[in-house]
Design a protein around this ligand. Sequence first.
Ligand code: CDP
Ligand code: MG
Length: 138
Amino acid sequence: MERTLSIIKPDATRRNLTGKINAKFEHAGLRIVAQKRIQLTRAQAGAFYAVHEERPFYDELCEFMASEPVVVQVLEGDNAIARNREVMGATNPKDAEPGTVRAEFAESVGENSVHGSDSPETARAEIAFFFSGLELVG
Ligand code: CDP
Ligand code: MG
């Protein structure tokens, strides 16, 4: 069993797509073992995406992530990190496989509906960024 951190981004919460996206996770065998709807401050978004600080899209990304509520969640399952990345699809929705979240719902490469951790190390750090042990009931 593995856990990964997922975020349903503002473009998707705004369009009321939380349930449709969660259905795709559950259909792929991922269990939502923790979930909350929050609105990030600009500083919190900046800290979460600090790894991208030097990238040209960083400021726009942080503004976007703080612009409206997000749903942060922990997904659990076999190979949850890779499986979630498959369900998400490629970063740019133009490159995303049909049936993936980003192919169906993303509006652009920036406003691409979901975030998912990309390695066991980032999953551990990103889960701890948003959830305490008490909030992870399994
Ligand atoms: O989210 P993912 O891991 O697929 O992509 P990333 O390379 O880690 O980039 C993080 C996020 O930055 C993306 O999901 C996009 O929202 C944004 N981004 C962007 O706005 N423009 C790019 N050229 C690349 C990423
Ligand atoms: Mg990434």
